[in-house]
Ligand binder design. Structure first.
Ligand code: NAD
Ligand code: MN
Length: 358
């Protein structure tokens, strides 16, 4: 029997709630499959850990994760701790040293879910957003001088390297090539950001020559928000910088029905280090502890993790179970307009996985 070692980090807010739900679904999935088991180790890192120890995770935290095959992550962020401390102290402190440079965000409208776009109901919206996950606007370069004084200056340098841009664009072209439409849109802001973004455009044209079978075009990020909203059917694979894709993918999640269903994978495509799988959403303080967090994003992200671990059949089965559940409005959580609880949705997915025709 194949064994996959998973590090589970629930984190903050609804993070532990959705990770607990996700682990139940993954267990049911492994049991049904019969060919593999998941060896789960849970880590209590996050804001509670910070309140006790003054850090979000131990200083060798990222190194300890290297021993695992994948990381299943909830969310970070607490109302009483500045967001930049929690984000840089945990999520980015894992992504960056483990060189998870490709953030992949599939978006489509699952059965039974209504898009806020009136003209869109299904296959018109089927995207993969590839987000550069290691540099750019979130490179951490910058600082503040003359702090608190009238002449204070603060900078966040959007640092791009030729190597970093080339590898993410090549990865995006590869994803585009693997999809039926073989279509890639490269998003920049090269009219206003005239150094890094112009380099992106140039490297995109160079890398495109390696992929003559992929049709590609360029968009400015502001115009892209309109195209996503008004002409979603003209898009397929999308690649953008760390900041731009962060924003576009929240828009994408909303257009697909809810942030509560949107998954993401932080990948090291060369598999030199473990990749990390998480829902796109944050810790959602407004609904924490109420038992109504939508676990679908975490299930979908679990399916991406199974796929990454080579468990293709189990990943596809988990998605079929999820889609069967979303198709039933009685199993929609409040973010989707329903009244179902996290526990009810989780139980329904587990039952579907145990059923005959799945
Ligand atoms: P959020 O994603 O936590 O919540 C935005 C809105 O969506 C809220 O109304 C929330 O209730 C709703 N929502 C989110 N996930 C849901 C789910 N699974 N089911 C139902 N409703 C859901 O974003 P925010 O409010 O901007 O941020 C809250 C905290 O989370 C902040 O501290 C922020 O820094 C952090 N954050 C963390 C991550 C991450 O860990 N990757 C991502 C985004 C935000
Ligand atoms: Mn985000």
């Amino acid at each position: 029997m194949r064994t996959h070692r998973i590090a589970a980090i629930g984190g903050d807010g609804i993070g532990p709630e959705v990770i607990a739900a996700g682990l139940q679904a993954l267990d049911a999935c492994a049991e049904r499959d019969g060919g593999f088991r998941l060896d789960i180790e849970a880590f209590d890192w996050g804001s509670d850990y910070y309140r006790r120890h003054g850090v979000m995770m131990p200083s060798d935290g990222a190194d300890r994760l290297r021993a695992f095959d994948a990381i299943y992550f909830g969310a970070v962020g607490a109302p009483d701790i500045p967001d930049h401390l929690t984000l840089w102290g945990l999520r980015l402190a894992i992504c960056q040293p483990l060189d998870q440079y490709a953030n992949v965000r599939p978006t489509r409208i699952l059965p039974g879910i209504t898009s806020p776009l009136r003209h869109v109901s299904g296959p018109e919206l089927d995207w993969v957003i590839v987000r550069e996950n290691s540099e750019g606007e979130y490179s951490g370069v910058g600082g503040r001088v003359h702090k608190g004084l009238p002449e204070e200056v603060a900078t966040d340098v959007a640092m791009f390297t030729r190597a970093g841009v080339t590898r993410i664009l090549r990865y995006a072209f590869e994803i585009a090539r693997s999809r039926p439409r073989k279509l890639l849109t490269v998003v920049t802001k090269s009219n206003a950001q005239r150094h890094g973004m112009v380099m992106w455009d140039e490297i995109a044209a160079e890398v495109a020559r390696e992929f003559p079978d992929v049709a590609w075009d360029k968009m400015l990020v502001d115009a892209m928000t309109m195209r996503m909203t008004l002409k979603p059917e003209t898009l397929d694979t999308i690649v953008a910088t760390n900041l731009h894709a962060d924003i576009l993918s929240d828009l994408a999640a909303a257009l697909a029905g809810s942030l509560g269903i949107a998954p993401t994978a932080n990948l090291n495509p060369e598999r030199k280090t473990p990749s990390m799988f998480e829902p796109i959403h944050g810790s959602a303080f407004d609904i924490t502890g109420k038992g109504i967090a939508n676990p679908v994003a975490t299930f979908w992200t679990g399916a991406m993790m199974l796929e990454h671990l080579g468990e293709r059949a189990a990943a596809a089965r988990l998605m079929r179970a999820v889609e069967r559940v979303t198709a039933d409005p009685a199993l929609h959580t409040p973010d989707l307009g329903g009244t179902a609880t996290t526990a009810q949705v989780t139980q329904a997915v587990c039952e579907a996985l145990r059923g005959d025709n799945i």
